[in-house]
Design a protein around this ligand. Sequence first.
Ligand code: T6T
Length: 322
Amino acid sequence: MKIWSFLFYTIFFFTAAGSSANENIRIAFIPGQTTDAFYISVYHGVKSACGVLGVDLIYDGSPEWNVEKQIIVLNRVIEQKPDVILISPTDAKRLIGPLKKAHKKGIKIITLDTYIDDGKYQDGHGSGDFPYTHISSDNVYGGRMAAKALAEAIGRHGKVYIVKGSPASTTERREYGFKTEMRRYRNIKILKTLVCNEDPKLAEKQFKKVYTEHPDLSGVFGADLFSAIGVSAGINAIDSKTDKIKLVTIDATQPIVQEIVSGRIDSAIAQHPVTIGYYGVICAYGLITGAGSPISINTGFTVINADNIDDPFIKKYIYLSE
Ligand code: T6T
């Protein structure tokens, strides 16, 4: 179903149903981790759409990015029998079984941000084909945007590396997009990708090690907010005056924006997490009411840099932290 006809029918059903009929509807949201500004922003979108529709929201999650803990949360949520579960799976393979359990009980599944299996649902392929909709940024494209921005920032020449918080479906696609785009720049060498386990301190330590081994390092792609903030601390420690090393990130928290202002981060490619959450609930509502839901929705990016950071239109894409 096309997004516009989907939105039309969903709004039609919403108007027709009236909010009292919606009181019996229960939508659950399980983020990748509750302590991450990206997911806090997704939650704001979810909460706001649930408020508009007058449906009940179950919100539960683990403070850490941890597959076992997320499965415990999921089982807890399944017991509450929501109509739809919106979830950001912490592992594309290991969440298939536990989510299938929910699906078999008649609970509809929508994935937000990260996906299960290959992320292509309802096409008859793969054991994780049963979710109805996936809503996220186009992460391959985000990686390509980051590569282009970094390549231009370092003058199309030098050594760079990628660091990601966790090996999630999203960051893997960003890495793939980044490497694909970088093939166009023959004079840029990409060093080994690092994983910082959502720990900015580790990202900082890793940066210092890479810099010691490669003093000619020119740039870093921080593929998520934890990596970015750690690398920027590392750059500040060794390079606060020379501005030699460029850093481009995906995600835009307040601390990342401060680093843009102070010049340590060149640009941040902001996702639209509030929109992801909001659309998640609208799609869930479409499934519950029979209006249907698109198989996938891409929510876009906004590039934030020193030139546009004061623009109120741009500022609204900074993530919410509580
Ligand atoms: O970059 C986001 C999210 O898109 C990714 O899947 C996991 O990391 C973040 O939550 C940022 O920490």
